[in-house]
Structure formats: structure tokens, C-alpha cells
Design a protein around this ligand. Structure first.
Ligand SMILES: [Zn+2]
Length: 281
């Protein structure tokens, strides 16, 4: 499915964190290999020295990004971008040419590796207490899964635009990308080109619950693997088998049997069912 810019979204980043957390929490970093120095963004290579001997105390997610915390009160932001993968393997596993960073753990039987064929991903190290001032974290909107329905509706007072484009904006709400915005809008029966200020309160509430439902289901199915995405154990997700509109141009809608369309909206492909998601109500 080579449709567009595809990158892991909230459910994929969340699945990676959940799959790695029990495996890496509490472990000590006993070796660091930076195989591709441009991976570091706004971070000196010497910042990694600090990480040698440190203990990993958490792995978390913010939007589509992954955050690794060490006991020395520093955090590593890992942005997977399009093709980044973060996984734990045995040191015996050969290191392939796309591996960019290796963190060896404990006695050295296991390694956390960051692999990224397209090299768009990056990492950044900062003081954990400076997280809220650190770009791009300081520009992120709220987390959809901890936002209340009324706070979600209130977001629309400050922001306006076509609903598909708005949901993609990370400063509006964090973690949604091309796949889940399409799935959420189909679930909510809202046309992706509707202007946000044309949506009634009832529609916004429907959109909110659709967002919660789709994201939770996608996490339950451990993300969508249409391309490179794998979890922390390098296993594929399963939500690609549950997509209702994304990548289904010309196929029948499961709900109304209408034809799924694909249209460019704000430079991004949107898949939708014009029958279930009419342009104007
Ligand atoms: Zn339909």
C-alpha cells in the first residue's frame, strides 16, 4: 500500500512501549553503539556518555513518539518517522546495515536496537524535567485517550479547518496520522472535507467517541502493519485486517456497500465512503 507518507501513529508507538516495558524496565545500559551519528538531533554525541551505566526506568509514549527515561533524570526521545523500528534482540542476532543505534543491556545478552532504512527517524536527549519545553514535545496537543469529551469539543474553539487536516495536526491533538484519521471519520460518519466549524456539538461528541473506539481497538490489535512497523519484539500488528476505509479505494463499504473513494485533502490522501460520510448534512 504505497499511498502516502505512512508512519507509525499512536497505536503503534503505544504497542512498542507496551511490548518493551516489561523487558527493559530496570535494566542497566552496559554498551552504546551509535552507527549513524546524524541520528542525533540537537544533541551532542557526548550526551550518550551519560547513558553508559545508567538504568532504564521507563518507556513511555507522547503522541507518535517514544520516550526512554533513565535514572539519571534524562530522557531519550525516539521519533520513528516513516520506517523506524525499536526492538529488543539477542546480541547473537546479526546487526543489519539499517541499524542506527544499539543499547546493550545488563550482562550483554540483549540489545535494544533502533533500525531505520529511510533514515528519517531521529533521537534527542534532554533533561527529563525540561520535557514540556523541549521541541517538538512542547508543541504537541493533548493526548486523545486521556482527553475528556468536553475538552475535545473545546479544542475546536481555537482551531479551524477541514476536519481531516485538523485531526492530522499534532498541535491540535497528538498521535493521529493518515490511517487513523480516515478510520475515525468513517466510524463517526463525518466527511473528511467538512469544515470543523460546520460540525454540530452532537457530531463532535460522535467524533470523540469514534476516536476513542478506533484507537483502543487498534491498540488491542497491536497496531497496523502495512509497511515497516513492528512492535518491540519485531512482531507485526493485526489492525490492517480490520481497516474499514484506509487503503480500500474502489472497494465496498462494509456498512452501506457504497464505493470507497480516495481524495487528496490538504496534500494527504483521504479514504472515505461518500454515502456514510456525506459532504453536507
Ligand atoms: Zn458506507
Amino acid at each position: 500500500m504505497g499511498y502516502n507518507i505512512l508512519m507509525p501513529e499512536l497505536p503503534e508507538a503505544e504497542t512498542i512501549c507496551r511490548s518493551l516495558k516489561p523487558e527493559i524496565k530496570g535494566r542497566v545500559i552496559t554498551g552504546i553503539k551509535l552507527l549513524w551519528p546524524p541520528l542525533l538531533r540537537e544533541t551532542q554525541a557526548s550526551a550518550l556518555d551519560h547513558w553508559l551505566g545508567a538504568r532504564l526506568i521507563d518507556i513511555r509514549r507522547r503522541g507518535k513518539m517514544i520516550l526512554l527515561d533513565i535514572d539519571d533524570q534524562e530522557t531519550m526521545l525516539i521519533h520513528l518517522k516513516m520506517t523506524g523500528q525499536l526492538f529488543l534482540v539477542s546480541v547473537k542476532e546479526p546487526v543489519d546495515k539499517h541499524t542506527r543505534l544499539i543499547l546493550r543491556l545488563d550482562e550483554g545478552q540483549w540489545e535494544l536496537r533502533f533500525r531505520d532504512p529511510r533514515k528519517f527517524g531521529y533521537i534527542k536527549i534532554f533533561k527529563t524535567f525540561e520535557e514540556s519545553q523541549t521541541p517538538p514535545l512542547n508543541e504537541l496537543g493533548p493526548e486523545p485517550l486521556t482527553l475528556s469529551a468536553s475538552d475535545f469539543v473545546n479544542l475546536f474553539r481555537k482551531f479551524k479547518g477541514k476536519i481531516k487536516s485538523l485531526l492530522l495536526r499534532q498541535n491540535f491533538i497528538a498521535g493521529l496520522g493518515n490511517i487513523y484519521t480516515d478510520e475515525i471519520l468513517h466510524q463517526a460518519k463525518i466527511n473528511p472535507e467538512r469544515l470543523s466549524n460546520s460540525l454540530s456539538n452532537q457530531e463532535l461528541i460522535r467524533l470523540y467517541w469514534a476516536m476513542i473506539k478506533i484507537l483502543n481497538r487498534a491498540i488491542e490489535y497491536r497496531g497496523t502493519s502495512v509497511r515497516d512497523y513492528r512492535d518491540g519484539r519485531r512482531e507485526a500488528g493485526d489492525f490492517q485486517n480490520h481497516l474499514r476505509v484506509y487503503g480500500r479505494e474502489g472497494e465496498r463499504c462494509f456498512r452501506c456497500h457504497g464505493l470507497i473513494l480516495r481524495k487528496k485533502i490538504g496534500g494527504r490522501s483521504a479514504f472515505f465512503c461518500p454515502q456514510c460520510q456525506p459532504a453536507l448534512v
